[in-house]
Write a protein that binds this ligand. Structure first.
Ligand SMILES: Nc1ncnc2c1ncn2[C@@H]1O[C@H](COP(=O)(O)OP(=O)(O)OP(=O)(O)O)[C@@H](O)[C@H]1O
Length: 910
């Protein structure tokens, strides 16, 4: 292919200089894409491709009008492309073009989505010190955090759910982390220049932006500063022009927040359901906010529950006041309904893309603050609550000054273009007023011209008008056209009339055009000054925006509490968890919900245990939840987790009464998710989640385990569940709820003091099972699994045999496989009495010993022993020596796996 020249050549050379995937280059009134870019864009956005010839070659070309670029850019970026934009400018010798901006998912300002849009950077500083930074260019929020390992770094990333992530140099080699960011978080990964992450350069950048003192005060490590520096350099390089809106850097300390790992956030369906729907999530259920900023803040609260009792009690106080003051709350919400997104408007102002309507929105929204303050002050309960301080926090005088400035400047109904005047009010600027007045005089002269001409020259059918080709003209009907005075100069003949002009009219026309041009320029200049003034107050706008959002989020919590009979939980730093008639916050919306109690922790447990068993000194730190399939075990446990989470948001909770000791983390291992797409086996996922919990949970955590161990062979499963229970009970000592179908686990309560059994009751009458949904103390007496199998049409012989096996299990507390011949396969069995695995040989020899002492022993036992080959015997011995009580669960899994593999390798017994 010949080297392209002309604008195509210019396009390719600009493209070479950028790492963006696509380039939109301005050519007059269009932004054009050439070559492969044109084809990509046409496929993605259904644009028509034409051919552009240049020096004998032809190139695909697709374009969009200059004014329509934004929606196309947005669509491309939302599809994950980074798009460079080159603007055209005039030079002495013609036109030149330059890339002014690279639009990426994390730097897209033109979003219409109310959600926060975070750009993140993650740096691995070695020695398990990770640094993270997050910036939302649409609102100017800037946060930094640290993490002590890759998992926690990922948890932070998941919490902020960034759309674009800049991995630091070391992180680029961590495929696991990168895959998770791409697949689970769905973020675009961008490799920003490595120098931007260099500690010195990063620190310099961060100090320049936020002040050296601030950086020292943050007292965060080098990796965190590196991440922050990289983001700043990236935002600057992409030319989003919003650095000025990043007025404040906040450090996000893990200790301030409840640990919620990525799995838990998904399991509890905080912001979307397992199916990825927004509706049906906890957030969608409780969100009654009026503004998008309020919605964003409420979502942030849910994703980052707090651990500080003081913070939570303050939020509770406001929610309590707002939930009873229904009228005042309505008033506040009505006022909030008039508010726009101030933080976003501030970013648009700093970027220079705010138009006059945006400034009008700023003005209107600033007016909401005093309205809120007045409503709060006029209600005694609200006035006494922390709400007063929330609305007083922003600089109210400065806000009111800015509002007055805008009110005196912006026209009542300004156009969306900023270059054609009519943006500003009369009285705002003397020069402008002069121009407008003179313009009006001339208009007046024109408006009365026809009448004057009629009177002066006795003409009829005279009109004065203007069009693009003829400019201003005097139009005279054909019948009168011959009688026009001499100084009329004919410019056009139409069917029924003629058009004329005069020297005077031409002169006035020139003046009008000059004035119109002058007005456009002057207004634009003045508007830009005004916009800069607003941009300079970005921090103030963010403060006011934050105050409005906070009132909105609190009022939303109050509305939900009032409408759903939620109560204020009693919070403390103890370990209790007492819920009277608790409900699941989401399920209760669609179901006639049967409320249930929860009693955990030393204080509550003591009273309960005392009632139940007379042993007042024991507490309930670990509940084994049993019950038939579909009875409501999962719902019960999720309900507990959601209630604790809501309590640590500062919300009221769905219960009649609640006492909640604050937790430092909520960990869940719930159900089997479809992880196949990620190439990991369900069981592997289950075990790595369990492993994470066992490593990370503390005695102040809440742990929810649903059916752990179910993903593998029964005995492996029971062993793992058993060992995990012991470990959580003895070592971690976290408050735990564990739902299981392994009835064997209910026996643990006898040996482990803090373990208690509860079950979800069901009623069976005449073969009909009724789910009562009521949680009661004690283990379930049966599982109804076989009943469900029968109902589902499993063949009778299988159902009968299941009953038979179950019967034997109950009698022997162990199961043996049934074989068709005398030589039965050997299977290890789980002995409840000792809590260990036993080989069949052992069980039989034990049985022999027992029977020998009574009747001399059966003769066929030896035959069973004789059928075991030496390798199998060795496996069995190893299995016997494996102590499930002391071996860590993960090691246990791998040992059992090795044993299984050895068994598979042995020849079948003859
Ligand atoms: N307290 C309750 N009041 C009313 N409906 C409930 C209650 N608890 C659970 N349900 C409903 O019962 C159904 C089954 O609940 P859930 O999935 O919690 O049962 P499960 O015991 O965990 O089942 P499985 O053991 O099969 O996983 C769900 O549709 C749920 O909405």
């Amino acid at each position: 292919m010949t080297e392209a020249t002309g604008i195509v050549g210019e396009f390719f050379s600009l493209k070479e200089g950028t790492d963006a995937e696509l380039l939109a280059m301005q050519c007059g009134d269009f932004y054009e894409f050439f070559g492969e870019d044109a084809e990509t864009v046409s496929e993605e956005l259904d644009l028509k491709v034409s051919q552009k010839s240049s020096h004998g070659s032809s190139y695909p070309m697709a374009g969009v009008p200059v004014d329509d670029l934004t929606p196309y850019l947005k669509a491309l970026v939302e599809r994950g492309y980074r798009v460079a934009v080159a603007d055209q400018y005039e030079t002495d010798s013609g036109h030149a073009r330059e890339i002014v901006r690279v639009v990426t998912p994390g730097t897209l300002l033109e979003t219409s989505d109310a959600d926060a849009q975070y750009l993140a950077a993650v740096v691995d500083g070695g020695d398990d010190a990770y640094g993270l930074a997050f910036a939302d260019v649409t609102t100017g929020r800037f946060l930094v955090a640290a993490a002590d390992d890759a998992d926690n770094a990922l948890t932070e990333l998941y919490r902020f759910d960034p759309v674009e992530v800049l991995p630091g140099p070391d992180v680029r080699a961590d495929d696991d982390l990168l895959n998770q960011v791409r697949d689970r978080i769905g973020a675009t990964l961008t490799l920003h220049e490595t120098e931007a992450f260099a500690p010195k350069r990063a620190k310099h950048g961060v100090s320049e932006q936020f002040g050296a003192e601030t950086v020292d005060r943050l007292s965060v490590g080098e990796p965190t500063i590196a991440a922050a520096g990289a983001i700043l350099s990236y935002v600057e390089e992409t030319g989003a022009g919003v650095l000025a809106s990043m007025t404040r850097i906040q450090a996000h300390h893990g200790d301030d927040h409840v640990t919620l790992d990525a799995t838990t956030q998904r399991n509890l369906e905080l912001t979307e359901t397992m199916q990825g729907e927004r509706d049906g999530s906890l957030f969608a259920t409780i969100d009654h906010t009026e503004t998008s900023a309020g919605g964003r803040l409420l979502k942030e609260w849910l994703q980052r529950p707090r651990r500080s009792l003081e913070t939570l009690e303050r939020r509770q106080e406001s929610v309590a006041a707002l939930s009873t003051a229904a009228l005042a709350r309505d008033e506040l919400q009505d006022a909030l309904g008039e508010a726009y997104d101030l933080a976003r408007l501030a970013s648009k102002a700093t970027h220079g893309s705010a138009d006059a309507r945006d400034l009008l929105a700023v003005q209107d929204t600033l007016a909401v603050l005093p309205e809120l303050a007045d409503s709060i002050a006029s209600n005694a309960d609200l006035a006494d609550s922390p709400l007063s301080e929330i609305v007083d926090r922003p600089d109210r005088d400065a806000a009111s000054d800015l509002r007055e400035t805008l009110a005196a400047a912006i026209a009542e109904e300004p156009p969306s273009t900023v270059t054609q005047g009519e943006l500003l009010q009369r009285g705002y600027d003397d020069d402008l007023d002069e121009v407008i007045e003179r313009h009006e005089e001339l208009k007046q002269w024109l408006d009365t011209l026809a009448e004057r001409e009629k009177g002066q020259y006795g003409l009829s059918h005279v009109t004065v008008d203007r069009n693009k080709t003829d400019g201003y003209y005097i139009q005279v009907g054909k019948s009168a056209a011959d009688g026009v005075p001499d100084h009329y100069e004919e410019i056009k003949t139409l069917k029924n009339s003629k058009r004329f002009t005069t020297d005077e009219l031409e002169e006035k026309e020139r003046e009008i055009l000059r004035l119109e041009e002058r007005r456009g320029e002057l207004e634009y200049e003045l508007f830009e000054e005004l916009r800069d003034e607003v941009a300079a107050r970005a921090e103030l706008l963010q403060d006011v925006g934050r105050a409005l959002a906070t009132v909105d989020a609190l009022a939303s919590l109050a509305t939900h509490a009032a409408e759903n009979r939620w109560v204020k939980p009693d919070l403390d730093r103890g370990d209790r968890l007492t819920l009277e008639q608790g409900r699941h916050p989401v399920v209760e919306q669609t179901t006639e919900f049967v409320p249930n109690d929860v009693r955990m922790g030393s204080a509550a447990g003591a009273a309960d245990q005392e009632r139940a068993s007379g042993r007042a000194d024991e507490d309930r730190g670990f509940l084994v939840v049993t019950g038939p399939n579909m009875s409501g075990k999962s719902t019960y446990m999720r309900q507990v987790a959601c209630i604790v989470l809501l309590a640590q948001v500062g919300s009221f909770v769905p219960a009649k009464e609640a006492e909640i000791g604050l937790v430092d983390g909520i960990f869940t291992r719930v159900g089997a998710l479809d992880e196949l797409a990620q190439g990991r086996s369900t069981f592997m996922v289950e075990m790595s989640e369990l492993s994470n919990i066992l490593h990370t949970a503390t005695e102040e955590s809440l742990v929810i385990l649903d059916e752990v161990g179910r993903g593998t062979a029964t005995y492996d499963g029971i062993s793992i569940a058993w060992a995990a229970t012991e470990y959580l009970h003895n070592e971690v000592q976290a408050k735990t709820l564990f739902a299981t179908h392994y009835h064997e686990l209910t026996g643990l309560a006898e040996n482990l003091p803090r373990v208690a059994n509860v079950h979800v009751a069901a009623d069976e009458r005449d073969g009909e099972v009724t789910f009562l949904r009521t949680v009661r103390d004690g283990p379930t007496d049966r599982s109804y699994g076989i009943h469900v199998a029968d109902l589902a049409g499993v063949p009778d012989p299988v159902v009968d045999r299941s009953r038979d096996v179950l019967e034997r299990l109950r009698e022997e507390k162990a199961i043996e496989a049934k074989g068709g011949t005398a030589s039965e396969p050997v299977q290890a069995v789980f002995d409840l009495g000792s809590g260990t695995m036993q080989t069949q040989g052992e069980r039989e020899s034990q049985a022999r010993t027992q029977t020998a002492t009574t009747d001399g022993g059966p003769a066929e036992a030896d035959a069973a022993d004789a059928s075991i080959d030496p390798e199998t015997e060795a496996v069995l011995e190893d299995l016997e020596s494996l102590d499930v009580n002391t071996t860590p669960p993960i090691e246990l899994v791998s040992k059992v796996q090795q044993l299984q593999e050895r068994l598979e390798d042995t020849p079948p017994s003859e």
